[in-house]
Design a protein around this ligand. Structure first.
Ligand code: ADP
Ligand code: MG
Length: 286
């Protein structure tokens, strides 16, 4: 064995002993050593269960994708015939259409989240001009906004460029603007604002004047499946996975998200992203 390997072994052994060493001499009893070993085993057990859970969710969502798409396609094929169908059948077709669309969203969110949790997502990093990114996202949500007569106002400085994966950042903003629209009152207004911070960061705020989130629940909304107040969740479509996906994507970007909200008055979600280097900012502006 060469000297390096011997040193590495010694360090590893010292670390292991350090882990198992009791907190004080007084605790130095055989029972405590067992307890320490027990803790180590518990952690690996938790990790194994967690890995199993992730694998299971990934497999199930993958398996569900094809049949759910087929059910939806079949219901869509029936839709043009709807007028000629008896009333009760018409209602059934509508239910199948709506529920299969919701299920497709759920399966797709589940797949996204399980891939993010297992570390299988790699970002295609590049320069992302925020002005066009926000415009594209708002454009893609125009039908949802029109449905609720919500005005979405955009104010993004020209030349503000983030460092990130364009498709993934669009997914982040889409989730936030979609939430802002659906939790706004009919005829409400949503603002998407961006600004540079410290020359190195870009902030994007999505602001609504909708139902808001109680302070005590604000930290929870980023957990998977968490939806504030089951009764209001029933009337607003969603999976409760959007903000969990957003949070994961931002961590991958070296970014952050914060929420500031008041019940009944509205919410402000702020995304903090790395900005592209300053020379890129100038280039973009000219
Ligand atoms: N702009 C918002 N205004 C009020 N509540 C919100 C807003 N955004 C998110 N929430 C709350 O956080 C929950 C989780 O959001 P999300 O993960 O996007 O799930 P979903 O949109 O599928 O319900 C929502 O169900 C809602 O209760
Ligand atoms: Mg959502």
């Amino acid at each position: 064995m060469n000297r390096m390997a011997a040193a590495a072994l010694l360090i590893a052994a010292a670390l292991l002993m350090g882990l198992a060493r009791p907190a004080s001499a007084q605790d130095d009893k055989p029972m405590d050593r067992q307890a320490a070993v027990g803790v180590v085993r518990d952690v690996t057990e938790t990790e194994r269960t967690e890995a199993l859970r992730r694998r299971f969710v990934a497999d199930v969502s993958h398996e569900l994708r094809t049949p759910v798409a087929a059910i939806r396609a079949a219901a869509e094929a029936l839709a043009p015939e709807e007028e000629s169908l008896p009333e009760d059948l018409k209602r059934l077709v509508e239910i199948v259409l709506r529920q299969s669309a919701d299920m497709e969203d759920l399966v797709s969110d589940l797949m996204d989240l399980s891939q993010l949790e297992s570390g299988a997502v790699t970002l295609q990093m590049g320069r992302v001009a925020l002005e066009t990114l926000v415009e594209d996202v708002v454009q893609s949500l125009a039908p949802a906004a029109r449905n609720r007569a919500v005005t979405v106002a955009v104010s993004v400085p020209k030349g503000l460029v983030a460092h990130g994966d364009r498709r993934r950042l669009a997914q982040v903003l889409r989730n936030l603007v979609d939430n802002a629209i659906k939790f706004s009152p009919q005829g409400g207004r949503v603002d998407v604002l961006a600004e540079p911070a410290n020359g190195e960061r870009a902030l994007v705020h999505v602001v609504d004047r909708g139902i808001g989130i109680p302070r005590s629940e604000q930290a929870n909304v980023f957990q998977r499946f968490y939806r504030v107040d089951a009764s209001r969740a029933k009337t607003v479509p969603g999976t409760g996975l959007g903000l969990a996906i957003v949070k994961h994507l931002l961590i991958l970007h070296g970014g952050e998200i914060e929420v500031d909200s008041e019940l009944g008055r509205g919410s402000r979600f702020t995304v903090d992203l790395p900005a592209a280097p300053a020379f890129a900012l100038k280039e973009e502006a000219s």
